[in-house]
Design a protein around this ligand. Structure first.
Ligand code: DX5
Ligand code: ZN
Length: 226
């Protein structure tokens, strides 16, 4: 029997990249009043990923508009260089890519010297084994379910096996680590990942470009889990 309890405890993180930036204030307020649990903030440097997205000035403008936690998803080559400033600008979770860090344990230690929680993300081609040494120290594991760097891509179903393996690794360690997915998460893909142990769904176009609006988009994602 499927556990509804598991679904109820699943968090929703709205990925700002898909927002209408000409109406940013309104979009943020809608996330604030919606059932989303947090705001996901994608930072791209044109080096670790081909695109450039947003940085500190936007975070500083957004921070006072929302009381929900902000997860900083750092798709940049030298994540350690940015920990301090993103903490000062109001980040709550700092998620870096394992592929971008010279010493992931050190990066996590540096994040934990701030008030932020530490998240580590892996790209679709990176093996789950790469993060096995971080299970005891990290707060969130973020499995990319598309190639990082662009919103609106199609969910890669082959990632389900990786999600399952990581979920087993977390459970066998008895740790309460948050398992998140990012990329192509919509009402038609959400349930499958939650079944495999995901506890945070990060969604951009599925929320911000939903026909039912932002609040309705979050509701649609939640109802798709039941
Ligand atoms: C992609 C970003 C995602 C993106 C998700 O590299 O990390 O957070 O906004 O967008 P959707 O939900 O549209 O795939
Ligand atoms: Zn992201």
């Amino acid at each position: 029997m499927e556990s509804n309890k598991k679904f109820k405890s699943c968090k929703i993180s709205a990925s700002l990249l898909a927002a209408d930036f000409s109406n940013l204030h309104k979009e943020i307020i809608e996330i604030e009043i919606s059932k989303a649990n947090e705001l996901h903030f994608d930072v791209m440097d044109g080096h670790f990923v081909p695109n450039i997205s947003m940085g500190l000035p936007i975070l500083e403008s957004v921070r006072p508009l929302i009381n929900k936690p902000i997860d900083i998803h750092m798709m940049v080559s030298n994540p350690d260089n940015h920990i301090k400033v993103f903490n000062e600008a109001g980040g709550d979770i700092f998620t870096f890519h394992i592929e971008a860090s010279k010493d992931p344990i050190k990066t996590i230690e540096r994040i934990k010297e701030t008030k932020m929680l530490a998240g580590v993300s892996i790209k679709p081609d990176t093996s789950y084994k790469e993060i096995s040494g971080l299970i005891n120290i990290v707060d969130r594991i973020l499995v990319m379910t598309v190639e990082p760097g662009l919103g609106g891509q199609k969910f890669i179903p082959e990632m389900l096996g990786k999600i399952k393996k990581i979920s087993e690794m977390i459970n066998s360690n008895g740790k309460s680590i948050d398992l998140a997915v990012d990329g192509g998460i919509k009402s038609d893909t959400a349930k499958s990942v939650v079944k495999y142990g995901v506890s945070t769904l990060i969604a951009g176009t599925g929320i911000f470009q939903n026909k039912k609006g932002i609040v309705g988009g979050v509701e649609e994602l939640i109802s798709s889990l039941y």
